[in-house]
Design a protein around this ligand. Sequence first.
Ligand code: NAD
Ligand code: MG
Length: 395
Amino acid sequence: PSETTKRRVTILGSTGSIGTSTLDVIGQLGGRDAFEVVAVTGSGNIELLAKQARAVGAALAVTADESRYDELKQALSGSGIAVGAGRQALLEAAAAPADWVMAAIVGTAGLAPTLAAAQRGADIALANKECLVSAGELFVDAVAAGGGRLLPVDSEHSAVFQALEDDQRHAVERIVLTASGGPFRTWSREQMAGVTAAMARAHPNWSMGLKISIGSASMFNKALEMIEAKHLFDLRPDQIEVVVHPQSVIHSMVGYTDGSVLAQLGCPDMRTAIGYALSYPRRSALNVERLDFAKLSRLDFEAPDEERFPALRLARTALGRGGLQGAVMNAAEEAAFHAFVAGRIGFLQMAEIAEEVMEAMAGWAAAVSMDDVFAADAEARHRAGEIIAKKEMAA
Ligand code: NAD
Ligand code: MG
């Protein structure tokens, strides 16, 4: 294709697990011949960010870490690639004209940049589920107002999206999100009490960033995904089911009012979902592993245990209450996750902290604007911090 027909893409969080997979998919689908990479962004890993920017010929490379500007500038000297650092530069990278923006920053840090991209009118490929959990309808509305499409990247939501026929939305009865159950699927609470971050990050099926790996072990990731699904597909809470499926082959399902259930299957590799979001509504050929059913031989399912994995119960509470409870749950959990990884609190305390903050902030009125979301996020983080300090003292 000529310069003018190249698809303009930006990857927010290009140095992470989803970001590197996205660049791999872009490479497989024609690389610089088919895409113009507008911006790539990262935070700590400057060497990788610079290497990526050079490899794809990005126009702009930005690190969220303001103190790393000189380092990035140095690493890209002579390349002609523009360099930026810090919060404002990140927002500018997000808002630079691109047709398609991969939102793959981890955590609430991704909310403001992803919003900037949405408001400018890009199609948003959403890996950063925290955006939707925190800002819910406000985020969905921002994408719609910008004129872009919201394309799910989370494997479960991509599966639902793929199994959801537009003209049959009226007949959707439920969606069934599958969960691997993580490394502690069969563990008792007593056993889980002593796990370390190193144990929790070892996922049986998927290779992912640290936060989502820990979130898979505690099933907080599935809790976030339940709320993500509500907003993406405009569902009632009682239409959202979770089933534990240890092989991670069925990525999720849609149940229709005639009793039919449509599932999407594949090997656990995020590149399929990323490729779908990039090529939608078409599909592109990808060099990923194919399912071998004879080798698989069986698929297992079990009901999730909300006693051992209270995150799922908290998601139900947040869905029932609506309003800012998603933002509160997400922020409290993110603070607790950082404390757990730092060795300050135990594995089971993450859910306790989220629950305590959710209870304390249950009366907060629903968000009218994004400012309300950011205020609830900050307050929940602050309250979580106080509880973490108390628990640390008691330990
Ligand atoms: P990761 O930790 O591997 O990468 C995170 C990226 O965000 C990196 O590029 C990092 O530089 C950047 N980043 C970190 N802190 C930042 C900050 N404060 N400001 C700006 N940028 C910052 O994470 P990941 O596993 O790739 O996950 C990214 C998102 O995708 C998360 O929201 C996660 O839940 C979601 N997701 C991931 C997977 C997966 O398989 N990894 C699957 C589904 C959804
Ligand atoms: Mg997922």
